[in-house]
Design a binder for this molecule. Sequence first.
Ligand code: HQG
Length: 177
Amino acid sequence: MNEKELIRISKRLSLHLRHDPAAAGLTLSPDGWVDVDTLLRALKITREQLDEVVETNSKRRFAFDETSTRIRASQGHSVSVDLGLADATPPDVLYHGTVAKFLDAILREGLRPMKRHAVHLSATLDTARTVGARRGKPVLLRVDAAEMAAAGHAFQVSANGVWLTATVPPEYLHRVG
Ligand code: HQG
């Protein structure tokens, strides 16, 4: 498939596996999985196309289970799912990329998950910059993750390396770019 087609299918997968399974007639399991054959029929794509999207996806957004008969999004859901991720010890610092128009609210009330289940944090400044740039000129925040963990905040890391936490209070946030 060409790049355009890969992105098109990836976006459809994101929509149905994270936000609106019902629109494709799908139901996710409580932990976010959907049967691969059911998905193929619903989206009218082939297993080869699905495998190519999963393998080439730049952010590895989707993952098969150990038998490759079910698939789910690794993070980013707005529908109710419990991915069952174990708590993990974060690196000392994590990063969040946003844009200037959100900055005042973020520094006042902290980072909130908004429509998603968790606040998404990046392990590198580069990744945070890319995340912020989706919305405009990126504004970069450092998150004192080790201090948060020491204060009892839980962190998880998704299968594709995104750090997740419920909220980040403002005292752990510092603008770095
Ligand atoms: C902002 C993409 C006002 C927050 C990315 C962000 C990531 C606040 C927006 C993943 C706020 C939410 C997640 C507050 C947070 N007041 N604004 N208190 N707290 N915000 O898309 O982190 O391509 O839900 O800064 O690459 O941008 O989907 O979160 O701008 O990994 O795989 O509210 O989504 O990955 O936006 O992105 P989002 P995000 P995928």
